[in-house]
Design a protein around this ligand. Structure first.
Ligand code: PLP
Length: 381
């Protein structure tokens, strides 16, 4: 900045500050409207079915807690952190030193990549799966050892177990899996973790855990309680509808929590977000409601797929994967051109669409546009 520019800039910013001071609080409110309008340019009709969010929340209790905590926003949020950690520890029946919070579970996946995925690291996972951790590890110089899903798109656990050689630094499992929406049962995954974690740490990403029929019987926290080297990651971004609030946590042995904390999150969560998470975690009615609305959405989409002659993978999550008879990128573009965002991909020569659940009006739009794009229409009579 030249001196002249700097003088002009100082002058205009002083004028602006004086203006804001005279405008007082109302001016700040106006400013916020402008900011949010910029952040979300609203299209007339856009069904956002790309990112596995939950459009039915956050819950009223979470929003109330969020707003109440704004009055404390000038404080470093130690107390909010402590309250949330205590609650998670109580719910999971572990001591507090087994818990680490992150700004979304992404932050914890990246921390694990830094701990286990350095230059000599080798991270073993299924393929396809959620790739955030393995991609971070690759960027740090680690190798990603992929074990393809089997022909039914299930984890091939016996091949994975065979691949656990001494040079593997971490095994990463996603249950339920993204993008398939399929699960390993509690018995399968707990058996695998009990055996494999004596050789190498196992990271289990349980982002969609709450959508399972039997979450408590399917979580691998059971292994952690037995002392196994298993790390479980959870997020508030899915059933709790906090994707924009950014709260996640992991549960692991205290010495592992220390390593992850050193490499990762250091007081990155806000007080209001943690306060809202504390309220949401025990709002069982809201969780039930979210799961119910999600199931209704899935039923509607299954029906559309059946009536248009498509197979699909029955899903244990808030998205559905199904094969399409069209190039995946053409399909995505054609859907988007008509206002529907979805994900699409090619796996082993077959094209697929992954559609997230949304409000019924968005799913109806999906159904309508989908029929136009594939050139088939459902006979409504
Ligand atoms: C399997 C899985 N893990 C983790 C995440 C990251 O979620 P967040 O960082 O919002 O907690 C996602 C997001 O879609 C996911 O699908």
């Amino acid at each position: 900045m030249t001196n002249l520019n700097r003088r002009n800039w100082l002058k205009s910013s002083m004028t602006l500050t004086a203006g804001l001071m005279t405008m007082g609080y109302a001016g700040a409110e106006n400013g916020r409207d402008v900011a949010s309008a910029k952040a979300f340019p609203k299209k007339d009709r856009y069904a956002r079915l790309t990112s596995n969010e939950n459009p039915f929340g956050p819950s009223a209790s979470a929003k109330k807690a969020l707003k109440a905590a704004l009055d404390d926003a000038f404080l470093y949020p130690r107390e909010y952190r402590q309250t949330l950690v205590e609650l998670i520890a109580k719910e999971e029946e572990v001591s507090e030193d087994h818990i680490l919070l992150g700004a979304g579970s992404s932050e914890l996946l990246h921390a694990a990549a830094r701990v286990y995925g350095g230059a000599n690291g080798k991270v073993l996972s299924a393929d396809p799966t959620y790739t955030s951790l393995v991609r971070s590890a690759e960027m740090l110089g680690a190798e990603w050892v992929k074990v393809p899903l089997d022909k039914n798109f299930d984890h091939d656990l016996s091949t994975m177990e065979h691949q656990v050689k001494p040079d593997i630094s971490l095994v990463y499992l996603v249950n339920p899996n993204n993008p398939t929406g399929k699960i390993m049962t509690g018995e399968e995954i707990i058996g695998f973790c009990d055996t494999v974690s004596s050789k190498v740490p196992v990271f289990v990403d349980e982002a969609y855990w709450d959508y399972m029929e039997n979450p408590k019987g399917s979580t691998t926290t059971a292994c952690i309680k037995k002392g196994a080297n298993v790390i479980v990651a959870r997020t508030f971004s899915k059933v709790h509808a906090f994707a924009g609030l950014r709260v996640g946590y992991c549960i692991a042995q205290p010495e592992v929590i220390k390593m992850l904390a050193k490499e990762g999150p250091r007081n990155t969560l806000s007080g209001p977000s943690m306060s809202a998470a504390t309220a949401s975690l025990v709002d069982h009615e809201f969780i039930k409601y979210s799961v119910k609305m999600n199931n209704e959405g899935k039923k509607f989409v299954y029906d559309v797929l059946e009536k248009t002659g498509h197979d699909y993978f029955p899903s244990h999550t808030n998205f559905i994967l199904f094969p399409i008879a069209m190039d995946y990128s053409d399909f995505r573009k054609k859907m988007l051109d008509r206002g529907v965002g979805i994900k699409s991909m090619n796996v082993a020569g077959q094209d697929y669409c992954r559609v997230s659940m949304g409000k019924m009006e968005d799913l109806e739009m999906f159904a309508d546009v989908f029929q136009k794009v594939i050139g088939t229409s459902i006979n409504k009579s």
